[in-house]
Design a protein around this ligand. Structure first.
Ligand code: ADP
Ligand code: MG
Length: 733
């Protein structure tokens, strides 16, 4: 039987029912799943160290104090060693044996030990040479390796320079998976067809899928690995952008009411300020969409405080003037209420009826509102309804819904947008987002929408003064917290971890199969100790005994969290130590100091969101980023925060320094999913912005020419995209 990409893994040699079950629990069912099960890291075994070099590396071990009898170690590395004498073998006790021998290279001798592997007696003989991979330990001047990986070395046989490290699960080993994947690749290599059209591959200097797959698993060398990763990174961004562009074209084919007339002056005259030029521009863009006859699908992106509500009010006013209704949805009841109390008087004075519709409105009143929304009689009809997502539930119907505005604090997935479109068929749609997105990425994340950007703050906003400091400022920082209290203000302290245990976990996981080419993590800062919220709260309480210190973190029960937040809001606690749970929806105007511990751990956009929690009142506010970060990259990132308060600029710099991963985190992961793995696996950390914009632009051009991907050379791509994207773009459009 020939093996195809669709064959079950059990068709491969060495896969019985037990192994098949293990593979299935890792999400690997078919041969295709197997060849797309990518390494999570690589061991650079081609970079062989001498015993002398390894000893020197151990001597640099910073985690030890260097006290008498302490062992020092270095990250795992490769050695080329010759066995010096026949191994010493001993049963220590029942079921426990030890095998030990010395091995040498041209710089010295080291001691190698294996436990409970008696058969290795027949492997290691005097004079034979092996490549070993393991963590060197320096013990009283002797270099030791415990249970290293070993590969027989001869002049002729070429050992792989870079060895993959796979995500595993019970019943699988690295060696087994690697062998199986190699076999699978060989079996189906000739069947692997590239879904990217030749023109795209050539135009962007990308390697072929077959080459990329082979080299992502078994790289010939570092360049081949880079070339494979680059192709996959491009692929992810290109397909996502193409899908979004196709969805957008599909939407534009629909029709929607034409709002051809509008006079905004009566509304604008009531506002106590003039619109900023960014607000004016956005209103113009919206007005043009509403007059076009095809449905508006627009997102208004603007930092917190940039004045999105006024723009939304103008859009609503245009719909109302043209005889249609507007539904305005907020993510929470509180925000819906806020919008209602702000907008309702404005529109009532202009002669329009409005209502608030949320879950807590009594049933009888709800029924009345439902009736008034569905009424054909203009005199009793509600024109503007403000509420939560419940507004679009089946029980609510509108007599003339013309515009749906969604105020999302956070990102709004393409699937939710599709759902919204179904509910509000013929209506125009405006989505508001408070997360500044870099321009190039917006086409991947919001490519199905037109984008308006409020990139200008209303005048007179205070800037939050921001400083980056290290641990040596600890005492001054404590004094600064006390000073806020003396002036009647409060302090937030954000920590990256909840409790001590969290730190241990990460390191334990990483020690065993350490990789020196780890493309998923910023490994340089990985070893910095993390401040935990629980401990840090106790510390602050001990150095500030007369202040009240509160604590909020994600593992607390909702009621506890709320209580702690409430106490801070009411000023009963002076300091609130928390994890990033406070990112959303908190407003405590008397808080004037934001301290972020282990600031190197956070993305810039996240730091920006956190900083946005202060500077909401009249008093001068501060943000202090505490970090002992050592890398240049970390220092640069923190410097950006000190330099600017502009969310868009920060987003651009974040993209440049860390890659797009932080922006994909919530939104896109749920929508684009490849082979069960994370969707933007390769592009998440890819901070080459040229590649990103090339991918996005190529996708845009291709879809403009062939919107349905029906040309012969694009058909494979069309199938690939609709298979890859969970909510197939064919059904959306
Ligand atoms: P967000 O974009 O976060 O929703 P809001 O719409 O709530 O921002 O506006 C924040 C504050 O700025 C409000 O108090 C609003 O009245 C005020 N504001 C909005 N536009 C302007 C402007 N052009 N000039 C001055 N103040 C403005
Ligand atoms: Mg708002």
């Amino acid at each position: 039987m020939t093996i195809t990409v669709n064959s079950p893994v059990s068709a491969l040699r060495g896969v019985g029912p037990a192994k098949a079950a293990s593979l299935a629990s890792a999400g690997i069912v078919t041969v295709n799943d197997l060849i797309h099960h990518y390494p999570r890291a690589y061991q650079n075994r081609g970079d062989v160290k001498t015993i002398l070099e390894a000893a020197a590396l151990c001597n640099q071990d910073k985690t030890k104090t260097g006290g008498a009898g302490e062992k020092q170690s270095a990250p795992p590395c490769a050695f080329l060693l010759t066995v010096a004498a026949e191994p010493y073998y001993k049963m220590i006790r029942r079921g426990m044996s030890i095998l030990r021998f010395r091995a040498f290279d041209e710089t010295g001798v080291c001691e190698i030990t294996f436990f409970n592997q008696p058969y290795l007696r027949d492997v290691f003989h005097t004079g034979s040479t092996f490549r070993f991979w393991g963590r060197p330990v320096l013990d009283k001047g002797t270099l030791k390796l415990a249970s290293p990986i070993h590969e027989a070395w001869t002049e002729e046989a070429k050992l792989a320079p870079i060895v993959p490290v796979y995500p595993l699960c019970a019943g699988l080993t690295q060696k087994y998976l690697a062998t199986l994947i190699r076999e699978a690749l060989q079996a189906v290599a000739s069947q692997i067809t590239d879904h990217l059209p030749p023109e795209i591959l050539q135009g962007n200097h990308l390697c072929l899928l077959r080459y990329a797959l082979t080299n992502i698993h078994f790289p010939e060398d570092r360049e081949a690995l880079e070339s494979a990763r680059r192709r996959f990174a491009f692929d992810e961004l290109f397909c996502a952008a193409a899908a979004m562009a196709a969805i957008k074209i599909g939407k534009k084919r629909g029709s929607a009411p034409r709002f051809s007339r509008h006079v905004l002056a009566p509304l604008l005259d009531q506002l106590p300020y003039c619109l900023t030029s960014a607000q004016e521009r956005s209103v113009r863009e919206i007005a043009a969409d509403l007059a076009s006859g095809s449905p508006m699908c627009r997102i208004l992106c603007g930092d917190v405080g940039s004045g999105k509500t006024a723009v939304a009010a103008c859009a609503a006013y245009i719909a109302l003037q043209n005889g249609y209704q507007c539904a305005f949805m907020a993510p929470t009841e509180i925000l819906a209420q806020q919008h209602y109390s702000e907008l309702s008087p404005l529109f009532e004075s202009l002669g329009y009826r409005s209502a608030l519709l949320t879950g807590s409105i009594p049933a009888t009143k709800k029924r009345k509102i439902h009736a008034a929304l569905a009424s054909e009689n203009k005199a009793e009809r509600i024109d503007l309804v403000i509420g939560t997502h419940a507004l679009l539930s089946d029980t609510v119907s509108f007599s003339a819904l013309g515009l749906v505005i969604t105020d999302e604090q956070h990102r709004f997935g393409v699937n939710q947008r599709a759902l919204l479109r179904e509910k509000a068929e013929q209506a125009h749609m405006l989505v508001m987002s408070a997360t500044p997105i870099p321009r190039t990425l917006s086409l991947v994340l919001f490519g199905d929408l037109d984008i308006s950007r409020l990139d200008e703050m209303p005048p007179g906003r205070q800037k939050v003064s921001t400083f980056a400091v290290d641990e040596s400022y600890r005492d001054r920082l404590t004094g600064f917290i006390r000073k806020q209290k003396e002036e009647g203000h409060q302090t937030y302290v954000v920590c990256p971890a909840i409790e001590e245990k969290q730190k241990a976990k990460k390191t334990a996981e990483d020690t065993e199969e350490l990789a020196d080419i780890d493309f998923f993590a910023d490994t340089a800062e990985e070893s910095l100790p993390l401040k935990s919220a629980t401990e840090h709260a106790a510390f602050l309480q001990s150095v500030l005994p007369d202040l009240a210190v509160g604590l909020v973190h994600g593992k607390m029960k909702a009621a506890e969290k709320e209580q702690a937040m409430d106490a801070f809001y009411k000023g009963e606690t002076d300091v609130l130590v928390c994890t990033t749970v406070i990112e959303v929806g908190v407003n405590v105007p008397q808080a004037t100091l934001m301290i972020i511990e282990n600031a190197e751990r956070f993305g810039l956009s996240q730091l920006h969101q956190l900083r946005g929690r202060v500077g909401r009142g009249k008093a001068k506010s501060y943000c202090v980023l505490v970090s002992n970060a050592i890398t240049e990259a970390s220092r640069q990132r923190l410097a950006v925060m000190c330099r600017t308060n502009d969310g868009f600029q920060i987003a651009e710099e974040d993209l440049l320094l860390r890659g797009p991963g932080d922006f994909f985190a919530s939104e896109a992961e749920g929508t684009f999913r490849q082979h069960g793995g994370p969707a933007f696996l390769f592009s998440a950390g890819w901070n080459d912005t040229d590649l990103i914009s090339d991918a996005v632009q190529s996708a845009g051009r291709l879809i403009a020419r062939d919107p349905d991907l029906s040309l012969p050379e694009n058909r494979l791509l069309g199938t690939y995209i609709s298979d890859t994207i969970r909510h197939s773009f064919h059904t959306i459009s």
